[in-house]
Ligand binder design. Sequence first.
Ligand SMILES: Cc1ncc(C[n+]2csc(CCOP(=O)(O)OP(=O)(O)O)c2C)c(N)n1
Ligand SMILES: [Mg+2]
Length: 354
Amino acid sequence: MLPSMMLGSSLFIDKTQKAKKYPMSLVSEGSVSKAVSVGLYKSLLLARRSEEYIVKHYPENQMRSPMHMSMGQEFVSVAVCSALEGKADVFASYRSHAAFLAQTHDTDMFFAELYGRTSGTGEGKGGSMHLAAPDRGHLLSSGVVATQIPVAVGAAFANARLKTGRTAVAFFGDGATDAGVFWESMNSASLFRLPVMFVCEDNGFAVDTPRAARHAFESLADAVRPFGCEVYEDDSGDVESVYLLTRRAAETAHRERKPAFLNIKCCRFLEHVGTGEDWHWGYRDKDDTVREWIARDAVTAQRKRLLDCGIEERDITAIEEEIETTVRRSGERAAAAPIPAPERLFAGVFHAKA
Ligand SMILES: Cc1ncc(C[n+]2csc(CCOP(=O)(O)OP(=O)(O)O)c2C)c(N)n1
Ligand SMILES: [Mg+2]
């Protein structure tokens, strides 16, 4: 367990390190309203506090699912789902906590699934890697790297045919771009000019293997460009930057009938799978990671932004208390809920023939 995490995101900040100046996003024009800034903070915090709850309670062994934590990367899916204002059809990887919560805000279904309870998204049989709430716009999460990407392309095809105006969004890691199906999906979507957003949560590693050891090309964005889709890059680590980028990308995708590829640099704070840290593995340098990413954590930065734009400390604290209460209540309700009965074991597992 990481006691520091229980006390909130401010403890991620290494106050001895001066934050480096980072190139801001390529898209710096535009701004967001105060209401959107607050909404983004709430959404970030919901994901962060939910995962802190997992870190705290996982050792009780009531949540039996393997956990691929979003912590540190939440700003990507929070920005994208907020920017699409409920008009996204989300297809996520196994690292789906933040995407699920950003899209549904439903901590009850979320925790029930992690606790393996009947009230969970998959009656408690899917676990952390298979969160899904199709009627809420989170179509699926997949444990098999890259497999959600072609399914998102299929959904985009349906959306285009049915003129729904919705945007299919595939969230995936940089490791998924090592898979052939990523390139096939990119080709089909570009060829058929489909309204799909490929969002690469680029944390630089597939488990412990860095990008440079896997890719023959230097820039993923440059490798994707020849397909003719719109390509966007962001290394700001900032939720509002990615929010503005997504708005522009979605608008262009629908207007020009072209898919969008978003390469968003981010950092996974915890180990690849599990609720602890992994600095002892030695594949990444703790000081560098703290300096480059943890010290400019998006959750902390967004809180500061709210203060800077005149929102009172007590109003922010009230938001935080409300979110903490929501998370705790959902966790407690889930722990007390029933587990599926044996006769439900195969229900929903296989396609029922009509
Ligand atoms: C087809 C397939 N191959 C291998 C694995 C094992 N595996 C799980 S996660 C992972 C790394 C994926 O890295 P990335 O796509 O960058 O996502 P991240 O975990 O960094 O979010 C691998 C190889 C798998 N789940 N599916
Ligand atoms: Mg990765």
